[in-house]
Design a protein around this ligand. Structure first.
Ligand code: XUL
Ligand code: MN
Length: 345
């Protein structure tokens, strides 16, 4: 399989039992070891982790025991020829994070969130990755008057500064999302995430991860969100997927809803040589109707769509595009793109 220098990743949560807020699991669980076994077969190179994907019972373990457990996971990765791309502290399930982690009103909850994130940095060290992803899931409100946004923004900067100090080698990529699980999130877009990074004690170690579905939920164009962060040299990872309008976060297969929107994401990544900078993460979920034995097609389909769109990006008639732009004939430009995607040129 020609991968054009790209490396691909996904997280164990992307092979999923199919539960949603309205119904129970519909497929059997696969163990972490089972999941590791399919990465290479599907064409993937790297694993994305939440802290407790690597060390499931981390709440009951000492820092030294957490490190030891993470070392065992590293050996499994080595055995499969895989690497860890990033670790993300899961700050949205524990009772201490009901009202948020870093921005909770309760100082004990804020302390919990920072301490737990430090354990995630320990795990990163053992797994051999310098990248932490922060999806700021509950950093926002259900009830706007319940928190003070100026204070909360300060808490976010303080928490990130504490992590940058604890892990002097780490880089942090913020993954913005405008809503879900919160009604309104504090860091909904790439612009918010970038600005927050520049307010921290070490902006050079602060970047972003763009997820297509999250951009669509924010009413924005994912390729513009990618391009904006690339312009600052800050796009360190992506979660490509697709999203049908302003609904729940669907995590559909890449390109499944809007192939042209997917093409434009690949075009901006590829023309800016993203393969030299970061991995292509596919944060996709199999739809609930898939049986367990067919619940990895969303991953392989997404990867193949990405690679085919790289080919289409590279075979685009650049001269025809340039001429159409020069003549301000954007209907012709429209046709060049559509006919290329349909294989008519
Ligand atoms: C949530 C989301 C998460 C993060 C990882 O919508 O995308 O899976 O990507 O914590
Ligand atoms: Mn994601």
């Amino acid at each position: 399989m020609e991968k054009y220098g790209y490396r691909f990743s996904f997280g164990p949560w992307n092979i999923h039992e199919g539960a949603d807020p309205f119904g129970p699991p519909v497929r059997g669980s696969q163990t972490f070891d089972d999941k590791l076994g399919v990465y290479k077969d599907l064409g993937f190179d790297a694993v994305q982790f939440h802290d407790d994907d690597a060390v499931p019972n981390l709440g009951e373990l000492s820092p030294a025991e957490i490190r030891q457990a993470a070392r065992a996971v590293r050996r499994k990765l080595d055995d499969h020829g895989l690497v860890a791309e990033f670790v993300a502290p899961r700050l949205w399930e524990h009772p201490m994070t009901i009202d948020g982690g870093y921005t909770a009103n309760d100082p004990k909850a804020r302390e919990y969130a920072i301490e737990r994130s430090k354990r995630a940095i320990d795990i990163m060290g053992e797994l051999g990755t310098d990248l932490m992803v922060l999806w700021l899931a509950r950093e926002g409100t259900y009830m706007r008057e319940s928190k003070n946004v100026v204070k909360a923004t300060g808490y976010l900067v303080e928490a990130i500064n504490a992590l940058l100090e604890y892990g002097p080698q780490i880089r942090i990529a913020i993954e913005p999302k405008p809503n879900e699980p919160m009604d309104l999130a504090y860091i909904p877009t790439m612009g918010h995430a970038l600005a927050l990074g520049y307010q921290t004690s070490d902006p050079a170690r602060m970047g972003v991860l763009m997820e297509s579905a999250h951009s669509v939920l924010a009413g924005l164009d994912p390729s513009d969100e990618i391009g904006y962060s690339l312009a600052f040299g800050k796009l360190w990872s992506v979660h490509l997927n697709d999203q049908n309008g302003l609904k729940f976060d669907q995590d559909r297969s890449f390109g499944a809803v809007d192939l042209r929107r997917a093409f434009n994401q690949v075009l901006v990544l590829d023309t800016n040589e993203f393969w030299k900078v970061g991995m292509v993460g596919l944060d996709v979920k199999a739809i609930r109707t898939q049986p367990a034995e067919l619940a990895t097609k969303h991953l392989s389909n997404s990867l193949w769509v990405f690679l085919r769109l790289v080919e289409l990006a590279r075979s685009l008639d650049v001269e025809a595009v340039t001429n159409a732009i020069a003549a301000r004939d954007y209907e012709q430009l429209d046709w060049i793109i559509l006919s290329h995607l349909m294989g008519l040129d």
